[in-house]
Design a protein around this ligand. Structure first.
Ligand SMILES: Cc1cc2nc3c(=O)[nH]c(=O)nc-3n(C[C@H](O)[C@H](O)[C@H](O)COP(=O)(O)OP(=O)(O)OC[C@H]3O[C@@H](n4cnc5c(N)ncnc54)[C@H](O)[C@@H]3O)c2cc1C
Length: 450
C-alpha cells in the first residue's frame, strides 16, 4: 500500500464519513490562469470536511503526528491559486459554518470560519446590523478565507477592510492546539502584541482560523447615490481624493478610466460613482449639498440610476466572465495600491506598458479603495487566452509596481500566482523564523507565502 493510501485509510478510521477521495472540486479556484493552462491545477490524496472543532483539532493533530501536509479550501474563491492544494490533504471548512453568538449590546458577532460573508450579512441584516464587508465574491467567500487573504470590500472607503472588523481570532495551531489570539473580550487591548495580525493574510501558513469575533454596526437608514462625468481619469481621481477632506466619507467611491466607463456604463468619458451611508436625514442633505458643489467644479452630474445599475450587477461576475470568454478572450485583474503622490503616474505607466504587451486587447481600470494616504487602482485586462500573454502582462505589472514602490497585492493575497512578486514586499526571513517556530514540521500550506 502506498503511503498516501495508508494515510487516507487512517483518516477514514479517525473521522468516519468526513473523508473523500473524490478531490476534483478542490483542485481549482478562480485563478484565471486555470482557464488557459490545464497544468496549473492542484493535486491531493483526499479532502476532509470536519463538522466541529474537535474534528478539526483531531485532523490537525493527525497531520502533525504523521507529517501530512494540509491545505485549507474554504469558499474556493481565491483568484491567485491560494486554495489549490499541492499534494497532501485538503481541509474543507464548509462544515464549520455556524454563527455562534450575536451580541447586540456589545456590537459583536462570533462565527465559525466557514460561514460565508453573504450568509452572515443576511443574518445580521435581519437584526438591523451589518458587517459592511462586500467583496465582489460576497456569495462565495468565507470569513476564514477573507481573514486569511486580508480581503476588503467595495465599501471599504468608509468601513475599512477585514482587519478593521476583527476583534480576535480562534486558531488551530499546527500542533492541533486551539487558541484565541486574545484570551479576554475587550474593545482594545495592549496586553502584548495583537496576534490576530499574524493570521490576517497568512493564507493558512501559520494555522487554521477556526472562528472569529467580529465588530458589527447598525445598518444605515439613509443612502445617497451620485454619478459624475469627468474630462480625464486624473481629474476624476483628484476629485475622489478631495472628498476625503470632508467630514463624511463615501462608502463607495469608484473612479473609472475611459475603457472601463465604456465597458461598464457605455459612457465615453471617465465616470465617478458614489454611495454615501447615513443614519440622519439632515446630515445627508448637508453632505449632498457640499459634495455636489465640490464635484460640480470639474465634473458633470449624471443620472444616479447608473449607481443602481452597478449595485444590481456588482456580484454578477460569472456573466461578465462568460461574455468575455465567448468573444475569444480571457480576463485578469490586478490590484495595485500606492501613496497618493504616485497614484496617477503608476496608473499611466501601468496602462501604457500593459497596452504594449502582445495579446493584451484592453486595459480597464478604476480606483476602487481610497485611504487618507493613497489608493488602490484595480486593473482589468482583456487578454488573448495564451500563457505567454498572461505571464508577460504580470511581469510588466510587477516591474511597474516595483518602480513606483507600489504593492502588487492590495486585497487578493499572494497564492501561487504572486509568490515570486510579493516576496519582495515581505520580510521573508522573519516570516520564515515564525513559520519554523510555529510549524516546525512544515505541515501547514507548505511552500506557500514564504
Ligand atoms: C469574482 C471574484 C471577485 C472577488 N472580489 C474580491 C474583492 O472584492 N475583495 C477581496 O478581498 N477579494 C476578492 N476576491 C478574492 C477572494 O474572494 C478572496 O480572496 C476571499 O477572501 C477568499 O475567501 P475563500 O473563503 O473563498 O477562501 P479560499 O479561496 O478557499 O482560500 C483562500 C486562502 O485562504 C486560506 N484559508 C481559507 N480559509 C482559511 C481558514 N479558515 N484558516 C486558514 N486559512 C484559510 C486558503 O488556504 C487559501 O490560502 C474575488 C474573487 C472572485 C472570484
Amino acid at each position: 500500500m502506498e503511503a498516501a493510501d495508508r494515510v487516507v485509510q487512517e483518516l477514514e478510521g479517525l473521522l468516519p464519513g468526513r473523508v473523500t477521495r473524490d478531490v476534483k472540486k478542490y483542485l481549482s479556484d478562480w485563478w484565471p490562469l486555470l482557464w488557459i493552462d490545464e497544468g496549473a491545477g492542484g493535486t491531493a490524496a483526499a479532502a476532509v470536511r470536519p463538522a466541529n472543532s474537535d474534528e478539526l483539532a483531531a485532523l490537525v493533530r493527525f497531520a502533525d503526528a504523521e507529517g501530512v501536509s494540509l491545505f485549507v479550501h474554504a469558499g474556493g474563491s481565491s483568484v491567485t491559486g491560494a486554495s489549490i492544494p499541492s499534494g497532501g490533504v485538503v481541509v474543507d471548512m464548509s462544515g464549520l459554518d455556524q454563527i455562534l453568538d450575536l451580541d447586540e449590546a456589545n456590537r459583536t458577532v462570533t462565527v465559525q470560519a466557514g460561514v460565508r460573508l453573504s450568509a452572515l450579512e443576511r443574518k445580521l441584516n435581519a437584526k438591523g446590523f451589518t458587517l459592511s464587508q462586500f467583496p465582489q465574491s460576497f456569495e462565495l467567500a468565507t470569513i476564514g478565507g477573507f481573514v486569511s487573504t486580508l480581503g476588503t470590500g467595495q465599501y471599504s472607503t468608509l468601513y475599512g477592510g477585514i482587519e478593521d472588523a476583527v476583534l480576535r481570532l480562534e486558531v488551530v495551531l499546527p500542533s492541533g492546539e486551539a487558541v484565541w489570539t486574545r484570551k479576554r473580550e475587550a474593545p482594545r487591548s495592549s496586553a502584548g502584541p495583537d496576534l490576530a495580525g499574524l493570521f490576517l493574510g497568512a493564507e493558512g501558513a501559520f494555522g487554521i482560523v477556526e472562528a472569529a469575533e467580529l465588530k458589527i454596526r447598525k445598518q444605515p437608514t439613509h443612502v445617497w447615490k451620485a454619478a459624475y462625468r469627468f474630462g480625464s481619469f486624473e481629474s476624476a481621481i483628484n476629485a475622489s481624493k478631495s472628498l476625503l477632506e470632508l467630514d463624511v466619507r463615501p462608502a463607495v467611491c469608484r473612479a473609472y478610466n475611459e475603457v472601463e466607463s465604456l465597458f461598464q456604463f457605455e459612457e465615453r468619458a471617465c465616470t465617478l460613482l458614489l454611495v454615501y451611508h447615513f443614519r440622519s436625514k439632515p446630515v445627508l442633505e448637508a453632505v449632498r449639498a457640499e459634495v455636489s458643489a465640490l464635484l460640480g467644479q470639474d465634473g458633470t452630474a449624471l443620472d444616479p440610476s447608473m449607481v443602481d445599475r452597478w449595485l444590481e450587477k456588482r456580484f454578477n461576475f460569472k456573466e461578465q466572465i462568460d461574455s468575455v470568454r465567448k468573444m475569444g478572450y480571457t480576463l485578469e485583474t490586478i490590484e495595485v495600491a500606492c501613496m497618493w503622490s504616485r497614484v496617477f503616474e503608476t496608473y499611466s505607466d501601468a496602462a501604457g506598458t500593459l497596452s504594449e504587451v502582445k495579446g493584451v486587447a484592453g486595459v480597464g481600470a478604476h480606483v476602487s479603495h481610497l485611504y487618507d494616504q493613497g489608493a488602490c487602482v484595480y486593473f482589468t485586462l482583456l487578454l488573448e487566452p495564451r500563457k505567454e500573454t498572461y505571464w508577460a502582462a504580470w511581469e510588466k505589472m510587477a516591474k511597474v509596481a516595483r518602480a513606483h514602490d507600489a504593492t502588487i497585492s492590495h486585497h487578493h493575497g499572494v497564492g501561487i500566482l504572486k509568490k515570486i512578486y510579493a516576496k519582495d514586499e515581505m520580510p521573508v526571513s522573519l516570516l520564515r523564523s515564525i513559520k519554523e517556530a510555529i510549524d516546525p514540521k512544515g505541515t501547514m500550506s507548505p511552500d506557500r507565502l514564504i
